[in-house]
Design a protein around this ligand. Structure first.
Ligand code: GLN
Length: 471
């Protein structure tokens, strides 16, 4: 099929299905078809058409796209049109991928359900009465519903892996520094990473090879060679040591999730891996540590949205302080305000040492836990989330319950290690369950090989949702 046909198929599917799901914040049907036409011409002309030539892709709406609104699903940025492309967007375009639209998220990527979006809630394609997870819920749902073969998200504490698990697709958070954050609207700068979603590991690997690599505009992006991740997928995993941390299988884990993940780990053993017990003793502090570090960074990063430098500007004020206060009060939603207040508090004089500095020390201990574990194993296997997709509204009034949805994903961000979520079955309501595989720093290749081997031996990822609700 031509690239135009492929892209038209995606735009038709948005038209057919997205009213039910709410995955997209904006579409670029005509522009996408134009882009598709030029990729078709490049292919016909025999010119090098790029490794992702013709791949339709959806982009989380906190990644800057030149000339295309980038709202972060916030009233604050409702009319922001970036004058430049994020690094990953430049790379995707050069590789021949075609951007079909921007996807919904929890406002500024703060949340685990895509309910904290000023645009609307994204619904889970497996049960439209349930959440798609978050914060990259739009990207995960768009891939799960078969609207696009691939999407980009961002992950600060689980925002790629958790929605991937709840929607039954593959989602990768790369090593911190593997992918440039230039043009990603900052939330927690020491935690944020961009990564791909797809139905299979091969697509995730191909996209990662394109978007990874050094970029001088992000001083934390690593100057390390980028492997041909898709080319290395076939390497056998025989002899691989898979670490199983008891801390990830304790209280609070739904028994059905536990069973599916345990079965998945057995499948890896059958494929030639050796299972080893590992320990991550500081894991119990991960959520507390994250909500100090991430909110501190968010309060600082979001200071720029004051209605003057950037963002929504309130009208009718005769002094600058009232203008700032009103612009921010009107522009930000409740969860974002909560994060700014918490972050400002933990950084304030008198509390800085007790909270922020202490959290940084705990972060080092969590990182050390992983360093020690990776002396005994190559990959760590665990659940991604404690439960399958919850009902829309179920946790909206209880921030702590919502924060606990990321209990197994957050430590990878604190340590900076890569981790992937792969579909590993369903619960008795037919809702997807995810297996998380985490690897050592810059060990994406091994992680992808392990995930690929697992998917080759199972068929959960080939199942598709019917797009109905339970009620
Ligand atoms: N759910 C977590 C939070 O609300 C993580 C979000 C993310 O990874 N962007 O902060």
């Amino acid at each position: 099929m031509s690239v135009v046909d492929a892209v038209r198929e995606c735009t038709n599917r948005i038209e057919q299905h997205d009213a039910k799901i709410g995955a997209f914040v904006s579409r670029r049907d005509a522009d996408a078809l134009n882009d598709a036409r030029s990729v078709d011409e490049r292919i016909a002309g025999g010119a090098s058409s790029g490794p992702l030539a013709g791949l339709p892709i959806a982009i989380k709406d906190n990644i800057c796209t030149a000339g295309v609104a980038t709202t972060c699903s916030s009233r604050m940025l409702a009319s922001f049109i970036p004058p430049y492309d994020a690094h990953v967007i430049e790379k995707l375009r050069a590789a021949g991928a075609v951007i079909v639209g921007k996807t919904n998220l929890d406002e500024f990527a703060m949340g685990s359900s895509t309910e904290h979006s000023a645009i609307g809630t994204t619904r889970n394609p497996w049960d439209l009465d349930r959440v798609a997870g978050g914060s990259s819920g739009g990207s995960a749902a768009a891939v799960a519903a078969g609207i696009v073969p691939c999407a980009l998200g961002s992950d600060t504490g689980g925002s790629i892996r958790q929605p991937a698990a709840l929607c039954g697709v593959v989602g990768l958070k790369p090593t911190y520094g593997r992918v440039s954050r230039y043009g990603l609207v900052a939330f927690g700068s020491s935690l944020d990473q961009i990564g791909p979603f797809a139905r299979d590991v091969r697509t995730v690997a191909s996209v990662l090879s394109v978007i990874a690599g050094h970029d001088e505009r992000d001083s934390t992006s690593a100057d390390k060679p980028v492997p041909d991740y898709a080319g290395e997928l076939q390497k056998p995993i025989a002899g691989l040591r898979v670490g199983v941390p008891a801390e990830y299988f304790g209280d609070g884990l739904d028994p059905q999730v536990k069973s599916r993940v345990t079965e998945a780990i057995d499948t890896l053993r059958d494929a030639g891996a050796t299972l080893v017990d590992v320990h991550l003793p500081h894991m119990k502090y991960a959520i507390a540590c994250y909500y100090v570090v991430a909110t501190a960074e968010a309060s600082s990063n979001l200071a720029r949205f004051d209605g003057v430098h950037y963002g929504h500007r309130s009208v009718g004020h005769d002094n600058i302080i009232d203008l700032y206060a009103a612009s921010r009060s009107e522009g930000f939603g409740d969860e974002v305000k909560r994060r700014i207040m918490l972050g400002t508090y933990v950084l304030s004089s008198g509390y800085y040492d007790a909270y922020y500095l202490k959290a940084l020390k705990v972060r080092t201990l969590i990182k050390r836990d992983f360093e020690q574990a990776f002396q005994q194993c190559d990959v760590i296997a665990s659940p991604v989330t404690p439960t399958t997709a919850f009902r829309i509204g179920e946790k909206s009034n209880d921030p702590l319950q919502m924060y606990l949805a990321d209990i197994y994903t957050i430590s990878a961000n604190l340590a900076g290690i890569p981790a992937i979520s792969v579909p590993c079955g369903f619960d008795d309501k037919g809702l997807p369950v995810g297996l998380q595989l985490a690897g050592g720093w810059f060990e994406e290749s091994r992680l992808l090989q392990t995930a690929h081997t697992y998917l080759n031996r199972t068929d959960h990822h080939t199942k598709t949702p019917e797009l109905t609700g339970t009620n």
